[in-house]
Design a protein around this ligand. Structure first.
Ligand code: HMG
Ligand code: MG
Length: 299
């Protein structure tokens, strides 16, 4: 069966924008987030508190967080890799963070300058201190299906990293198909293995990039396996600066179109969302790659 309701975890302002070469002004980022919230999205990943040299587009994180209105029932998580990032999050009054690990050694090295084991050591005090301070903590695992340097990633490897992250005390685990190579059977197998390993399906989220056009099919497989939180990026923006061949995330509009059709509640106003992505595409100077944005923009 399918869930009655799905929580969409919007990543456009973070995953969507982090790869953009031209720096988007803080005012545009703030407006983007405000419009996403107005369209009904209740969780919007706002930015990253990483080293500014690693992700120049998000070097303005503090300035953005200072101008974002905080509203009851709206969550604005930020990416935090280490204790320095957590200090910055606490100073900005953030109440939700996400650490981001990797299932593969090559990506851990390229994205975090650490081995997988060293990155888990880096996250341990972050998660512990975050929880002491009452923060909600998500953990990502990247390269859950395949890795551009290492090829296929075995399910057992993902389960090993994922369970260690959950043992640190994270509230939610997001399974990243960073380069979009996953297919539905693999999704079903991975989620089954995680449930078998004791990770409650209510704690799982899926994070599909649409590089190979599989993101929606993979999402449907995840929903059938019991997942109810789905990451998506307005207009299909996105990619990862440290992963070769990572393109945009699953477009939030494509997801909402499918869920509306299935009668699954999301709380999202599709026309308002499409209008937001069209506006953002105008700011970025190129059309949205989302099929639904394109279809609803004709004539
Ligand atoms: P490092 O060079 O090993 O850092 O980078 P370090 O700990 O050795 O520190 C070096 C210097 O950086 C120090 O300054 C620190 O203070 C400073 P110095 O003493 O030399 O003046 N520093 C910081 N400054 C500001 N904020 C910080 C911070 N940390 C250290 N948080 C580090 C390690 C983790 C910092 C670096 O590798 C990094 O910032 N990586 C971020 C990469 C990133 O953001 N990637 C994109 C997000 S992941 C993604 O997109 C995948 C996802 O979407 C899921 C999927 O699709 O699979 C989530
Ligand atoms: Mg991503």
């Amino acid at each position: 069966g399918l869930p009655e309701r799905v929580t969409i975890y919007e990543v456009g302002p973070r995953d969507g924008l982090q790869n953009e070469k031209a720096i988007v002004p803080v005012a545009d980022k703030a407006e983007f987030i405000a419009r996403l919230v107005a369209a009904g999205l209740r969780t919007v990943e706002a930015t990253s508190l990483v080293h500014p040299k690693w992700v120049p587009q998000l070097a303005d994180a503090e300035d953005l967080l200072a101008v974002l209105p905080r509203a009851e029932g709206v969550r604005l998580p930020v990416l935090v890799p280490n204790e320095r990032g957590l200090d910055r999050a606490l100073a900005s009054g953030i109440s939700e963070i996400a650490v981001f690990g990797s299932a593969t050694e090559t990506f851990a090295r390229r994205n975090l300058n650490r081995t997988v084991a060293e990155s888990l050591e880096m996250f341990a005090p972050v998660v512990a201190r975050a929880r002491e301070n009452g923060l909600w903590v998500r953990a990502y695992v990247s390269m859950c299906f395949g890795d551009p340097w290492e090829g296929d990633v075995p399910v057992e490897r993902v389960v090993a990293v994922a369970t260690r992250l959950m043992d640190l005390g994270c509230d939610e685990l997001s399974l990243g198909d960073t380069i979009g190579v996953g297919t539905p059977g693999h999704v079903t197998a991975l989620i089954g293995a995680l449930i078998e390993a004791g990770v409650g399906v209510d704690r799982l989220a899926v994070h599909f990039h649409d590089t190979y056009g599989q993101a929606l099919s993979n999402t449907l497989a995840a929903l059938r396996a019991g997942v109810t939180t789905v990451d998506a990026s307005a207009g299909g923006l996105g990619g990862c600066p440290y992963a070769e061949s990572a393109t945009g995330n699953l477009a939030t509009e494509d997801l909402v179109w499918m869920l509306d059709g299935l009668g699954v509640e999301t709380g999202v106003d599709l026309p308002a969302l499409v209008e937001t992505s069209r506006w953002m595409a105008g700011r970025l100077g190129r059309p949205s790659p989302s099929r639904v944005v394109q279809a609803l923009s004709r004539g």
